[in-house]
Design a protein around this ligand. Structure first.
Ligand code: NAP
Ligand code: GLV
Length: 328
């Protein structure tokens, strides 16, 4: 019997490729740049399974061109690049990698929060550029405190909750706004629920952890930024388009808010002439939220296991559309 064919859209951890190679014939896209949409469609058309990431567009046209797909395995928790509804309509399970990256991503988000509050990026650039002329000055490089302040978490899912736990360690007061209220977590972690306007007005740090959906595109725009304190810091480790980046530029430039820490931008990569890059009060990382050796290893292995389960017709370990199994 011929072995199933799998297309993996980028090089990933070898142990995950070994797992897949044990079950299927494997083609791995060798370039660092993603395959073009036309190439991805062509590769998917000849495959039984594809392993994708956030830069690959898995849309209705691709699914139409690839009727043989038994599973789509996404190496990420965010699925805004995948038309999950269309996959469900076609009975194709979509695997993803929640949980295993939550702590690593919250670590990154908290690092950006600290860096923006205490001006780490700006002062490090200053040192490297040879400006450290005066050893110490009582009035230089003053930032804002993190400890004992109020952290507002928008989207209390797995990463949002990890962010709350990190805030606890800094003796922060915790507010959250999320689609679903969680009285159990409120009691356990000392979290207080707030509507979004109240959270924005009362928080010293606002950290975004919602998925990118039609409802959350530009969730934070000019009106929301205007509600924040002039001493507040915005952190976005969710998706770039959750924030209106033009409004954010104005807010940072005109002092509506104090600073921002971004792991994600709109678009990605951020163009070299993006006005945000002219500002000192923004720290920008190139979407490295889950980029620890351990987290990426766990993501790759989980994505491989999801893919193999799908090829075998077994339920996926982590499936974004389990309703495919409830169809007649
Ligand atoms: P999650 O566990 O699904 O949490 C998302 C939370 O957002 C859920 O609590 C959800 O509410 C809430 N939510 C959804 N829509 C909302 C809305 N319109 N208004 C308010 N709350 C809303 O996901 P996660 O693992 O924490 O990941 C969150 C996002 O982070 C991902 O979707 C991805 O885009 C991003 N991410 C980024 C990186 C990075 O490298 N920077 C890494 C991983 C993930 P319900 O409980 O009602 O569903
Ligand atoms: C990364 O951004 C993810 O969604 O896992």
């Amino acid at each position: 019997m011929s072995r199933p064919k799998v297309f993996v859209t980028r090089r990933i951890m070898p142990e995950a490729l070994d797992l897949i190679a044990g079950a299927a014939d494997l083609e791995v896209w060798p370039d660092d740049e993603p395959p073009s949409p036309a190439i991805l469609r062509e590769k998917a058309a000849g495959a039984d399974a594809i392993l994708t990431n956030i830069m690959d567009r898995v849309d209705a046209a691709l699914l139409e061109a690839a009727p043989g797909l038994k599973v789509i395995s996404q190496l990420a928790v965010g699925l805004d690049n995948v038309d999950v509804a269309e996959a469900t309509r076609r009975g194709v399970p979509v695997g993803y990698t929640p949980g295993v990256l939550a702590k690593a991503t919250a670590d990154t988000a908290f690092a950006l929060l600290l860096a923006a509050a205490r001006r780490i990026g700006e002062s490090e650039r200053w040192v490297r550029n040879g400006h450290w002329d005066l050893a110490f000055h009582p009035l230089r490089w003053l930032g804002v405190d993190v400890h004992d302040k109020t952290l507002g978490i928008v989207g209390l899912g797995q990463i949002g909750l990890e962010m709350a736990r990190r805030g606890q360690g800094f003796d922060m007061k915790l507010l959250y706004h999320s689609r679903t209220r969680h009285p159990d977590l409120e009691a356990r972690y000392g979290l207080a629920y707030a509507d979004l306007p109240t959270l924005l007005a009362e928080s010293d740090f606002v950290s975004l952890h919602v998925p990118l959906t039609p409802e959350t595109r530009h969730y934070i725009g000019a009106a929301e930024l205007r509600r924040m304190k002039p001493t507040a810091v915005l952190v976005n480790a969710a998706r770039g388009p959750v924030v209106d980046s033009r409004a954010l530029y104005t807010a940072l430039k005109e002092g509506w808010i104090y600073a921002a820490g971004l792991d994600v931008t709109d678009p990605e990569p951020i163009p070299a002439d993006d006005p945000l890059l002219t500002l000192e009060n923004v720290v920008i990382a190139p979407h490295i939220g889950s980029a620890s050796v351990a987290a990426r290893g766990a993501m790759c292995r989980l994505a491989a296991r999801n893919l193999i389960a799908g090829l075998n017709g077994d339920p996926l370990e982590r499936c974004a559309n389990p309703e495919v199994y409830r169809r007649n």
